[in-house]
Design a protein around this ligand. Sequence first.
Ligand code: PGA
Length: 253
Amino acid sequence: MRRKLVVGNWKMHGSRTQVRQLIEGVAAGSVDLKKVEIAVAPTLLHIALAAELCASEDAGHLKLAAQNLVAEPAGAFTGEVSAPMLAEYGVNYVIVGHCERRGIFAETDQVVAAKFKATQASGLIPILCIGESLAQREAGTSAEVVLEQLNAVTDAVGIESLQSAVLAYEPIWAIGTGKTASKEQAQEIHRVLREHIAKSNTAVAQSIRILYGGSVNAANATELFSQVDIDGGLVGGASLKVEEFVSICKSAD
Ligand code: PGA
């Protein structure tokens, strides 16, 4: 049985006050949830504060995720943060390959694979994001595109590396647009991904959690999370509102 996971990706939002309010609010609202695993991903600048807050007794059930890292452990990489640094702060998960990183910051599949590898090398769990554009969906190539993105990573690190990783299917056209993939559209891609992994390793295919991301909100979370191959969500905009995010977490519990 795969434990559902809901991750709040705060992107470049939040002040110290908001980080405190969000973590305290989400922690209080989710304290009685028994099954779902919950993680928050603040900006890198707020990781230290978030780590401190998540270490408190009241928020101890929340996990911490980083939104990005650089693949090298240390060196002359002005402006970057590495996996060992994140590990020192008690980070559990790192989002890699988010379409905003691929699109705005020109991260290639090779860069994503290197980040995935570096994350695991420090004992952290990568959340590998893959997803097609609207043009690719309209051309009927969604499955092909996500499998190519997945293969780029597994070719570099081996399919077994998915044993300690999370996948997130995030159709680009659904991110921040209010257009969610229907439960059928999402389930179909999740099924394709799991079946593809099963061809190489059935145990990994059964155990890997595949999250859906793209305009998840309190109104659509239940039907998305009830699909057999959807194991939770990567939530952007709706994770910045305590009540809504807690409600999404409840849908996964
Ligand atoms: P959204 O973002 O929920 O605001 O669409 C999801 C994501 O980018 O992970």
